[in-house]
Design a protein around this ligand. Structure first.
Ligand code: GLV
Ligand code: MN
Ligand code: MN
Length: 412
């Protein structure tokens, strides 16, 4: 029997429920931000489950956690599969953690099938995919892939001025028994299962999305500096109101990014006003920009307009725009997509090709080894919110496809 026959829907669902209790929010979601004590607890839970299955844990210098099912040829580069355990502050119960636990379930199914893989399989939880506490995200996979420098990532601070380096040390402390592994060891292939985070599969009554690629994204931080003044005594002519300047910039940017086809994604998700006191003219504003488009040329051109637009609307204030990350659209290799397509077809699961408009760690792994992604439906496409939902049977279906793809890759 193929490995997929050993995927256990109940076991997978129970593990997802156990993880959802770590950082559970009142409204049924999770708050398990990167390198928090909740993230550490989730990692410990994963290591514990791995130990029961005989998987060997290891952690690299940027905090990526690996659990290895050893293959017959220990010198061959492993097949990697996973996603992330961190969440948005009001995140759902599936984004990221599903990919890690689907990989774990797939490995457990491969063990149960009695076939020892030729090459090792590593279940991986990448550090800080979401980029909510420490921006930008996908830190672990980017450093693993050599796309970002370890030292630069370790120096990033959160809004409380805690560095990645310090937060990592606390997590590491709670995983003292887990051995270290070298950064960026070779990998032969990577497969990531994930909820779709869009409405298409559900709307079309399909179970599996064969992900064709990931749309491009550029992120920026903008700093607007004005001058604090008394709300009653300072005149309009005297003021350098950072908030009014920032609002003008955001409005002008939103207008510039507006396309008739509704394809451009432009988001200002963070907007921090200082000193944030009712009777003080705002002295500074920090805001974020997340810009996405599937056409890399359009993304490039639109992103290049951001600095001039901000400067044109700064008025008497000063503005500084910093680009945090630049990632153009990518296509996963067709032979990897075919593996997913064929596995889903053998399992008689209704499927379609689909572009990921959300970002994933697979973006960086794509630069390291042949990579693929498997999507399962998201109810109403709701995600990055506490109402995120996917049925247990769809979750299991994705894990079955993953189990067969991983056993193919690990035996080849
Ligand atoms: C990932 O969470 C993204 O923002 O696309
Ligand atoms: Mn995710
Ligand atoms: Mn996410």
């Amino acid at each position: 029997m193929s490995a997929s026959a050993y995927v256990d829907e109940k076991r997978l669902t129970e593990r997802l429920a156990a993880m959802a209790r770590i950082g559970a929010t009142e409204k049924g979601g999770v708050n398990r931000q990167a390198l928090s004590k909740e993230d550490a607890a989730a990692q410990r839970q994963l290591v514990q489950w791995g130990a029961a299955l005989g998987l060997k844990p290891s952690v690299d210098a940027v905090g990526n956690l690996f659990l290895r099912l050893e293959g017959a040829d220990t010198s061959a580069p492993p097949v990697l599969s996973g996603s992330h355990l961190d969440s948005q502050p009001t995140g759902g119960r599936f984004d990221g953690v599903y990919g890690v636990l689907a990989a774990f379930e797939a490995v457990e199914a491969i063990v149960a099938s009695g076939v020892k893989p030729r090459v090792s399989i590593d279940v991986v939880a990448w550090m800080n995919e979401e980029g909510s506490r420490f921006a930008p995200g996908m830190m672990g996979s980017a450093v693993f892939a050599g796309a970002r420098e370890l030292d630069a990532v370790l120096a990033v601070v959160d809004t409380d001025n805690v560095s990645v380096s310090d937060a990592l040390a606390s997590v590491r402390d709670s995983l003292r028994d887990v051995p270290a592994r070298a950064l960026g060891e070779r990998a032969s292939a990577y497969v990531e299962a994930h909820i779709e985070q869009g409405p298409h599969l559900e709307r079309e009554g399909l179970t599996i999305g064969v992900v064709t690629g990931i749309q491009g994204k550029r992120t920026f931080k903008v700093r607007v500096d004005g001058e604090a003044a008394h709300a009653g005594t300072s005149t309009r002519a005297e003021r350098k109101d950072a908030l009014l300047a920032a609002i003008a910039m955001v409005q002008a940017l939103a207008d510039a990014m507006r396309d008739r086809e509704d394809i451009v994604k432009f988001t200002v998700g963070r907007f921090d006003v200082k000193p944030s006191a009712p009777s003080v003219v705002p002295s500074s504003v920090d805001f974020s920009i997340d810009l996405r488009h599937p056409d890399s040329h359009v993304l490039q051109a639109l992103g290049d307009r951001i600095t001039p637009i901000c400067e044109a609307h700064a008025g008497v204030c000063a503005v500084r725009v910093t680009e945090l990350s630049t990632a153009m659209s990518l296509d996963f290799p067709e032979p990897m997509r075919a593996l997913v397509r064929e596995a889903a077809a053998r399992l008689e699961l209704a499927q379609r090709d689909i572009l990921s408009t959300a970002g994933h760690d697979a973006r960086y792994l794509h630069g390291v080894c042949p990579s693929a992604m498997i999507f399962v439906p998201s109810h109403l496409g709701l995600t990055h919110c506490e109402t995120e939902f996917t049925s247990s049977s769809d979750l299991a279906a994705g894990a079955k496809v993953l189990a067969d793809v991983l056993s193919r890759l690990a035996s080849g």
